[in-house]
Design a protein around this ligand. Structure first.
Ligand code: PGA
Length: 262
């Protein structure tokens, strides 16, 4: 796992936006896995700027989001479809027909999940999967004890996840109980994984993900199995890492330099 520690959240967000925009510039027909949540709001603002400043075309990009609440009307303002349309797709000019999320009103979530897996397969798989992490170590909505081999399916959200997300709803009672999420196995199939965590409230989950034992109690620890996972952190999210000085020695200021000898 490549661990890049930046001095501030702003620098970490910019680094992730730059990786995404450079990836699209290098491969305009990239298949990107995208994420939502508070952490990604500033990333998408910065990505939109980076894309427009360097004139990177996005018409050929295909996107698959990690997850979507289940049991909400599609036009509900708190669906992840609404989030993505208003925060990224509409503003950056991504053709909405090439952007995919599970349907929040799917009548048959089992069929919807299988269809979502098939769409990812038909697109040739995901080149780069963007990820956040929950305070309980979830990636997507793969809550603790999710199978490390899981595929897209309906998951029941934990109370702690519903509490963290109630700010987007009219109180916890109105916060959805279910979501359709890519599985951990689905995420691990992406050719690259890129996880961003900022803030001290993520420090414990970040330590368990990077240094803790691999296990279903911390779903993000499954990234230890991925051959090309990059974790971008701010200093606050990195505070609990036992080997923090080593990561900073390898990549000073979070800069992804390649080693050279001589
Ligand atoms: P957050 O959510 O960015 O709102 O903290 C991240 C997550 O739950 O994956």
């Amino acid at each position: 796992m490549k661990v890049l520690i930046h001095n501030s959240a702003e620098l970490a967000q910019q680094a992730v936006a730059d990786i995404l925009s450079n990836r699209i510039a290098a491969s305009p027909a990239s298949v990107l896995g995208l994420a939502t949540g508070g952490t990604m709001e500033a990333v998408y603002d910065r990505l939109i700027l980076a894309l427009s400043e360097s004139g990177v075309p996005v018409e050929e990009v295909k996107t698959f989001n990690l997850d979507e609440y289940w049991g909400l009307a599609p036009d509900h303002p708190a669906t992840y479809r609404s989030y993505m349309n208003s925060r990224l797709f509409g503003r950056a000019g991504f053709p909405v027909g090439r952007t995919f999320l599970p349907a929040s009103d799917a009548a048959d979530p089992v069929a919807e999940s299988a269809a979502y897996e098939a769409k990812i397969r038909d697109a040739g798989g995901i080149d780069l999967q963007l990820l956040g992490i929950g305070q309980n170590g979830h990636i997507g909505f793969n809550e603790p004890t999710s199978s490390l081999a899981s595929r897209t399916r309906l998951k029941t959200l934990t109370e702690s996840t519903r509490m963290a997300n109630q700010q987007y709803f009219d109180g916890q009672e109105a916060t959805p109980k279910y979501a359709i999420t890519m599985g951990i196995g689905t995420i691990l199939d992406a050719r690259d994984c890129l996880l961003l965590a900022t803030g001290s409230n993520k420090a414990d989950a970040v330590r368990k993900m990077i240094e803790g034992p691999l296990g279903a109690h911390c779903p993000a620890s499954a990234l230890q199995l991925h051959p090309k996972a990059t974790v971008v952190l701010d200093a606050a999210a990195a505070t609990d890492l036992t080997l923090r000085e080593y990561y900073q020695y390898v990549h000073p200021d979070g800069i992804d330099v390649q080693p050279s000898h001589g």
